[in-house]
Design a protein around this ligand. Structure first.
Ligand code: ZN
Length: 193
């Protein structure tokens, strides 16, 4: 289906951070492939004067999600470390709004809406529909999309601008199915005019 950026849209780029790229602490397979694709979506959004939001994992040392504390993940995206930086070739506009999540030691958050006030921020900017993609499909993108739908935003899911961890094979495909069931519409660059 053809899609284009409109008034009342926002582009939300989820966790495209160095630790989630190949060579990072918690690398998503093929994760770097999203960067040039997302740059094209950013260019389309900017051209249409659509605001760009970028979420990031922003953990203190000793975060509850780390294995040292019994969590599922290696140490990653610690505040003010290189691993927490956005991908260096991600072309975020200078006025992109950065959403930091899971910023306290004892709570994790996969969703960019969790504890960030993002829904209110979007409503205050009159946003009705979100274009959402990034890393990783089966965790932070999935939970962000589901929360966006619960908060009654329309959602376009950037199918070519996202990659899955696939801890269990098929996790990514199952996540896409869940997002579609929740009403998110998959979109690819070739659909954008
Ligand atoms: Zn994390």
């Amino acid at each position: 289906m053809r899609q284009s950026f409109h008034d009342r849209d926002a582009l939300l780029i989820v966790d495209v951070q160095c630790d989630f790229l190949p060579g990072g602490a918690l690398a998503v397979p093929d994760g770097h492939a999203v960067v040039p694709v997302l740059n094209r979506y950013i260019a389309h959004a900017t051209e249409a004067h659509v605001p760009v939001f970028a979420s990031r994992d922003w953990h203190p040392h000793g975060h509850v999600s780390f294995r040292q504390r019994g969590g599922p993940w290696p140490v990653h995206c610690v505040t003010d470390t290189e691993g927490a930086d956005f991908a260096p070739d991600l072309e975020l506009p200078s006025d992109a709004a950065v959403i930091s999540k899971a910023t306290t030691a004892d709570a994790d958050a996969y969703s960019a809406f969790a504890g960030t006030g993002l829904a209110d921020t979007l409503r205050s900017r009159n946003v009705q529909r979100l274009w959402i993609g990034g890393l990783a499909t089966d965790y932070c993108v999935l939970n962000t999309v589901l929360d966006a739908r619960k908060a009654n935003f329309e959602v376009l899911y950037l199918d070519d601008g996202s990659r899955a961890v696939d801890v269990k094979p098929g996790d990514g495909a199952r996540a896409v199915a869940r997002m579609r069931e929740a009403g998110a519409i998959p979109v690819r660059l070739a659909d954008v005019e």
